[in-house]
Design a protein around this ligand. Structure first.
Ligand SMILES: [Zn+2]
Ligand SMILES: [Zn+2]
Length: 244
């Protein structure tokens, strides 16, 4: 019985994606027709990149600086470098909201495609990476029906022609959402929240997430992966949100 339900679910997802795919003849943001991409070039140009990012953690800064930010100098993160394609501002914040809470899964493909140039630029020096989505706890994934980080990582891997795996790690703690917590509490909220679930490949890993705020979650995952033997762990997110 369960098998039939799961097959029916798969079929309905497949049909929904087909229908969404057929609707993708126009820009998803301005509805301009005849676009080669899901988000037209004019709308893509409106999505702003983080300003003067820290070369280590990717946080926006007020002035250009080639040195890492104060926080990275005081307490270097476990990950090697974190990069984000865009600022978490309008209209991107709305789009990510639609993807996560409005069940508009087709946005994952559009966002991955729009973020591809930033990804290629940030990760050009990383040889044969494996994209690893931030895993979602199974109780949350069952409720939502999907993990948006996984959809984004899958699409990005396809567009960038690199490897993808959602089998390397899992979320073992159903931590409450990070929203509303300060930096210190964010860190303790996700502490020991992940576990490595299979042998890690001897390749650089790039953790993929939809939004990075303080980086506590992705850094905790990077810590777990490095403890399990990963040598290089990078972060790439679609959007970077500032704390204030
Ligand atoms: Zn457009
Ligand atoms: Zn930094």
């Amino acid at each position: 019985m369960e098998d039939i339900i799961s097959r029916a679910k798969k079929l309905s997802t497949f049909l929904r994606e087909k229908v969404n795919g057929l609707q993708l003849k126009h820009c998803l943001l301005c509805l301009e027709t005849g676009c080669a991409t899901h988000i037209c070039s004019a709308c893509a140009a409106d999505l702003t990149a983080p300003k003067h990012p820290c070369p280590r953690c990717g946080i926006s800064r007020v002035a250009p600086d080639t040195a890492p930010c104060g926080r990275c100098l005081r307490q270097p993160p476990y990950f090697d470098v974190s990069t984000s394609a865009f600022d978490y501002s309008f209209p991107l914040n709305q789009v990510i909201g639609q993807l996560k809470y409005g069940d508009k899964r087709y946005w994952a493909r559009a966002l991955a495609q729009a973020a591809l140039p930033a990804f290629e630029q940030a990760c050009a020096h990383i040889s044969a990476p494996v994209l690893v989505p931030v895993p979602m706890h199974k109780s949350k994934q069952r409720k939502r029906g999907f993990n948006q980080a996984e959809l984004l990582a899958r699409s990005l891997a396809r567009y960038a022609d690199v490897a993808f795996s959602n089998k390397l790690c899992k979320r073992i703690k159903a931590s409450p959402p990070q929203t509303g917590l300060n930096r210190k509490n964010r860190r303790s909220n996700v502490k020991n929240g992940f576990a490595v679930s299979s042998k890690l490949p001897q390749q650089p890993l790039i953790i993929i997430d939809d939004v990075v705020t303080t980086g506590s979650t992705v850094d905790e995952l990077a810590r777990t992966l490095k403890q399990a033997g990963a040598l290089e762990v990078y972060i790439f997110s679609i959007a970077r949100r500032s704390m204030n």
